[in-house]
Design a protein around this ligand. Sequence first.
Ligand SMILES: CC(=O)SCCNC(=O)CCNC(=O)[C@H](O)C(C)(C)COP(=O)(O)OP(=O)(O)OC[C@H]1O[C@@H](n2cnc3c(N)ncnc32)[C@H](O)[C@@H]1OP(=O)(O)O
Length: 438
Amino acid sequence: MSVAWTAISEDRLPVVVDAVRTPFVHSGGAYAELRNFELGAVPLRAVLARTGLAAGDIGMVTLGCVVQDVEATNVAREAMLTAGYPSLTPASTVSMAGISPEASVAGLCDMIALGRLDFAVGGGTENFSDLPIRMSRNVRKRAVKLGAARTTRDRLRIVAGLRPWDLIPEVPSSKDLTTGLTMGAACEAMAGRFGVTREAADTYAERSHHRAAAAWDAGWFDEEVVPVEAPDGRMVTQDDGIRADTSVDRLARLKPAFDPANGIITAGNASGLTDGATALLLASAGAADRRGLTARAIVRDYEFTGVADMASEMLMGPAVAIPRLLRRQGLTPADIAAFEVHEAFAVQILANQAGLADADYAQTVADLAAPIGEIPLDKLNIHGGSLALGNPFAATGGRLIATAIRRIRASGERYAVIATCAGGGLGAAMLLENPAAT
Ligand SMILES: CC(=O)SCCNC(=O)CCNC(=O)[C@H](O)C(C)(C)COP(=O)(O)OP(=O)(O)OC[C@H]1O[C@@H](n2cnc3c(N)ncnc32)[C@H](O)[C@@H]1OP(=O)(O)O
């Protein structure tokens, strides 16, 4: 369990100065010809252009990335160099499954609080359009041996050990190594454990799409989304996964995607594979103030966690992390004006809601005498969520932060909480505070 920041001077409080993202688009679509770091470079440029800071002001760039390029393993470095940041600035890539962007932001906030940095850029980039597909283990092993072989006979013997099926490439999947379950299958297990029905999942999915469509129509995302020029010259300006015309009736007709016989997860109530990138300009409150920049939110605290049971709770991270975070800060859900929680699957959101309201679960995972209860729907993802907007794994956390901050700034209220589940049975929650409301 993380320990709260307790003795940070006002000057060193980590704050978010700006948070931007690219439009999130279907994998294999508009960003298909972009490398991951090229996509990541877009918001990295934008945060500088929008805040007026020079690239040389940035002390460190850290980006999350889940599915990494074998050629550009430190994608943050390539992205910042592509964006024109000076090579003297260090950059690192963090990978913590779906909470990689939160790991990026939290690490930088710690460094800011300690006085190691004044300005930093965090976030994440994910491009599933260009997957690091590799050859099978047998091919890889023999390729290494081949390099060391001296005679033609040795080489032939090595190659002769290959079987036709060894030539089938290995494509990265969402399968968890420990449990052997894909994220979809793991979430089906959560539906059973926490009593989520197909009808409830479809109803929630419809809400996400309708809310996201309404938010785009109302111009809500205009401030947080920066356009991307695709290599073919097309300007990508909007998320492309939102289905304004979806309905519970249409969703009910879709076939289960992960368990044909008994499953309730379909293409309609799952988030799809998506490409996108986010960048957040972080600073110490004092440095931001001295440069005349508005601190949009204080990053007050965060919590990283695992789940108790990998097989039946894989994506329950929010239901563990949120209660722990609030308890440490002496807050209740009533104190939180805005919740932005990642929607990997509608079932996952609903199972987390059930977990938050379950006394036994609260006792087991957070040692709480009473559960904190479900997040009220009028506070949860009111502008839609990942089901509609898409889920480029390492970019989603930054999107949640961007939207959460804008929600509390728009309403003038004090606190927002973001939370994300992740593969590997991980979870994160973060408490953001509106400085204008304190
Ligand atoms: C921490 C985490 O985030 S864990 C989560 C990690 N992410 C994942 O595991 C990804 C999960 N999602 C997936 O794997 C895929 O999106 C899947 C398997 C669920 C679906 O993939 P696909 O079958 O390619 O979806 P596709 O977009 O083609 O939709 C299938 C059908 O459903 C329909 N459909 C999809 N969404 C909707 C909707 N909201 N309303 C109505 N119809 C819909 C499509 O029109 C399509 O219909 P068609 O076959 O008549 O053309």
